[in-house]
Design a protein around this ligand. Structure first.
Ligand code: G4P
Length: 274
């Protein structure tokens, strides 16, 4: 077992609720399903994070799909503190069973304890900071059960472990790697920029035909190869090398940047059906 996984297994013993962040633009590729086995005894809430950058219709399809798998699901934008208020009812629902159990046993319910998990760059730290708010006080170490752990008090009924659990993406699947690289979740050096941009052109033309045409003001023929599209983007944006030929590397960088900062539009690169 890796150190991260061992740590997470230990942390899971301390909590009631797992708040798992996925990236709403690639809700499946940004998950590691190991957590399903590891946290099978826990209440589960999936947050489709960065929903502000994803296609709303696709987000709603993914929400339904995850709900069908038995999860509580909420799309969020962690950069917007007010938006995170909408997860409160989900947290309450996720914890209702525990609170009910405590009540039946006649014990005053202690706050529900939760931890945040997700792959790198999915927004875990942003979420923790935003959800807890800067003013929130750390509760400090609690002797015994939570030795060495810091808890952030969110409300009378909820405490959050201040360090998120890090899950690893499924790198071995090439399609997953491409999508993670496209959204900028893994470093560009891992993949050749031009190859990546050609893959992105394929994905966008497939799922959102017309989007590149509209943004770059180009025409794309029906059987046009991704490289030809890239050359058209280079032409449209004046990406020329010293010799006067099209600079496809610069055009690739530009395309990836425009895609990642949401300039081209809001996109989701996969659907529950595949
Ligand atoms: P991590 O702890 O899971 O590794 O992720 P972290 O919070 O560091 O967030 C990674 C990047 O994602 C940050 O951008 C953060 O601002 C952005 N982010 C997090 N949640 C949201 C969200 O709901 N919507 C949007 N639009 N962005 C979000 P960054 O600091 O600019 O880093 P980078 O993008 O340059 O990697």
């Amino acid at each position: 077992m890796t150190k991260a996984k061992r740590q997470m297994t230990e942390d899971l013993k301390l909590i009631d609720l797992v708040i798992e962040l996925t990236d709403a633009r690639i809700p499946s590729s940004s998950r590691n399903p190991d957590i399903d086995e590891m946290a099978k005894e826990k209440s589960r809430l999936i947050l489709l994070n960065k929903a502000d950058m994803a296609d709303e219709k696709a987000t709603s399809e993914w929400k339904t799909w995850f709900e069908e798998q038995g999860f509580l699901v909420c799309p969020v934008n962690s950069l917007n503190r007010a938006d995170l208020k909408k997860i409160n009812p989900f947290v309450r629902e996720a914890c209702a069973e525990k609170i009910e159990r405590d009540k039946r046993r006649g014990i005053r319910s202690r706050p529900v304890r939760a931890m945040v998990t997700g792959i790198p760059n999915v927004g875990k730290s942003t979420f923790i900071n935003s959800f807890s708010g800067k003013a929130s006080a750390k509760t400090g170490n609690k002797p015994g059960v939570t030795k060495g752990k810091q808890w952030i008090r969110i409300s009378d009924s909820l405490e959050l472990l201040d360090t998120p659990g890090i899950l690893w993406p499924k790198f071995e699947d090439q399609n997953v790697g491409i999508k993670l690289a496209a959204i900028g979740s893994i470093r560009d050096e891992i993949m050749n920029t031009e190859e990546l941009s050609l893959e992105l052109i394929k994905l966008l033309n497939d799922r959102y035909p017309g989007s590149l045409e509209a943004f770059y003001g180009i025409r794309i023929g029906e059987d046009e190869k991704p490289l030809d599209v890239l050359l058209k983007i280079a032409a449209a944006r004046g990406c020329l090398s010293k010799g006067g030929s099209y600079d496809t590397l610069r055009a690739s960088g530009l395309l990836l940047e425009n895609f990642r900062n949401g300039k081209i539009g809001r996109f989701t690169l996969e659907s529950p059906a595949g």
